[in-house]
Design a protein around this ligand. Structure first.
Ligand SMILES: Cc1ncc(COP(=O)(O)O)c(C=O)c1O
Length: 461
């Protein structure tokens, strides 16, 4: 094993004792590990002193960069007061302030936040609240769930059941509750231009499903505007409005999972507010704390909340909670981040960054012989790789072409994560023009070097 003494020791412990998420550990063991020891802005540094641009924003969370002075100050200030105190029967000022702040930025009657600590929990809570609401209001038959094809909502049992990812979750299907899926629309967008879009089949499918099942259905769940883990799959403008109208018309709750798309990722604070949609439940996590600490919120409409009120012995209360629900350190960072992000959006800085990102993707990678399609909206993009543009053939799965490109990128000082042979480009929102140029140029270079070094029959491990 290479590296300095400390690196070698960490690597050894890591390889002996850690089990990494979403990772084939045999493959991981064959790749030199990287120990990230510090971060500054859009960059992270490893234990050997090598710097990398954080091209996946520490799994799609980072907003203002690492080690941000304003967020650090908010965190330290709260740390000097109290690190954790429960929300079970007690409150704390930053929790109350954050709940009020989320009510302020959320549309319409979404005024009540139920905090938790990750995106999967935010979704589980929305589902359970919807089920309990219908039971409390005399409709126990409304128990079904509708979700959009290709959705990803987390890895707990409820979120796997409502998701639609055979590769990730297929083997757990025997333990899922039944869910009806409607087709997702087809839409490719790059640099602000919708290249191709068809939502008709999707909406027709949904309408048919609702006509048949609405009376027995509690809720519909979807990721609005962009399905991240499906490979940045997009919905055409106006689609969300139509889905929301159909849900309302058929008396089915609309749960919007904005765990990935909110807090600036698509250019606005909240997608639903931007599009003038008032869902029944709004799920937030990831960018909620700008990538600093685990925190999630399920924001709920007033009238739904009111159905849970009554004397204790009516047992209408929502019996659900997590130990670190609404952690004060995380809430303090979140408040500071939202304020800073509002300025970033109002000043036009974020929109300028997004437009540079879209333009460079188009200039450098659109039409590239190894790129089948690019989908981009806001500061998120998927670059689908192909052995040859226009050919039907794809890379053999065992070749791990996408992973190989990401390992090349690492050598060039860029951290990326592949989804099969699709590269997902999700930098911290604070990236400047030079950093976006670096991201796109090193991505292009890594694709080109990997294709030149390709030995098609070679399996990865
Ligand atoms: C849209 C969406 N929902 C839910 C989740 C799950 O969030 P977590 O990993 O915090 O449980 C994710 C994670 O990527 C996500 O993208």
């Amino acid at each position: 094993m290479t590296g300095n003494k400390a690196t070698r020791a960490w690597n050894e412990r890591d390889l002996r004792h850690s089990w990494h998420p979403f990772t084939q550990m045999r493959e991981y063991a064959a790749i030199p590990p990287v120990q990230i020891v510090s971060g500054q802005g859009a960059w992270v540094t490893d234990s050997e002193g090598r710097r990398y641009l954080d091209g996946n924003a520490s799994i799609w969370t980072n907003v203002h960069g690492h080690n941000d002075p304003d967020l650090n100050a908010a965190l330290r200030d709260q740390l000097d007061r109290v690190a954790h105190s429960t929300l079970l029967g007690l409150s704390h000022p930053v929790g109350a302030d954050l709940a009020a702040r989320l009510a302020e930025i959320s549309p319409g009657r979404l005024n009540r936040s139920f905090f938790s600590d990750n995106g999967s929990n935010a979704v589980e809570i929305a589902l359970k609240l919807s089920f309990q609401y219908w039971e409390l209001t005399g409709h126990p038959e409304k128990r079904g769930v509708i979700s959009m094809a290709n959705g990803y909502h987390g890895d707990t049992f409820g979120t796997m059941a409502v998701g639609d990812n055979g590769v990730f979750h297929g083997r757990f299907r025997p333990w899922f509750f039944p869910v009806s899926h409607f087709p997702a629309p087809v839409c490719a967008e790059l640099n602000g231009r919708v290249a191709e879009a068809d939502a008709r089949e999707s909406l027709k499918g949904l309408e048919k499903l609702l006509q048949k099942e609405a009376e027995r259905t509690a809720c519909l769940i979807m990721e609005p505007s962009m399905q991240g883990a499906a490979g940045m799959r997009l919905q055409p403008p106006g689609f969300l409005r139509e889905v929301a109208a159909l849900c309302r018309q058929h008396g089915v709750h609309l749960i919007l999972d904005e765990v990935f798309v909110a807090f600036g990722r698509l250019g606005s604070l909240l997608v639903c507010a931007e599009e003038g949609i008032e869902p029944d439940f709004l799920c937030l996590a990831k960018g909620l704390t700008a990538g600093y600490l685990p925190l999630a919120a399920t924001v709920v409409r007033d009238d739904i909340y009111e159905a849970f009120l009554g004397p204790f012995e009516s047992f209408r209360a929502f019996f659900h909670g997590h130990t670190f629900t609404g952690n004060p350190l995380a809430a303090a960072v979140s408040l500071a981040s939202i304020q800073k992000l509002e300025t970033m959006i109002a000043s036009g800085d974020l929109a300028r960054g997004v437009s540079v990102f879209g333009r460079l993707l188009e200039e450098r990678l659109d039409g590239h012989p190894q790129v089948a399609e690019i989908r981009q909206r806001g500061m998120a993009a998927a670059v689908e790789l192909t052995p040859e543009r226009g050919a039907a053939e794809s890379f053999p799965t065992g070749e791990r072409f996408g992973l190989r490109v990401c390992l090349r990128a690492r050598e060039h000082g860029l951290i990326l994560r592949p989804l099969g042979d699709t590269l997902l480009l999700v930098p911290p929102l604070c990236v400047n023009e030079d950093e976006i140029t670096f991201l796109i140029e090193k991505t292009t270079l890594s694709i080109e070097e990997t294709i030149r070094a390709r030995q098609p029959a070679a399996a990865f491990t």
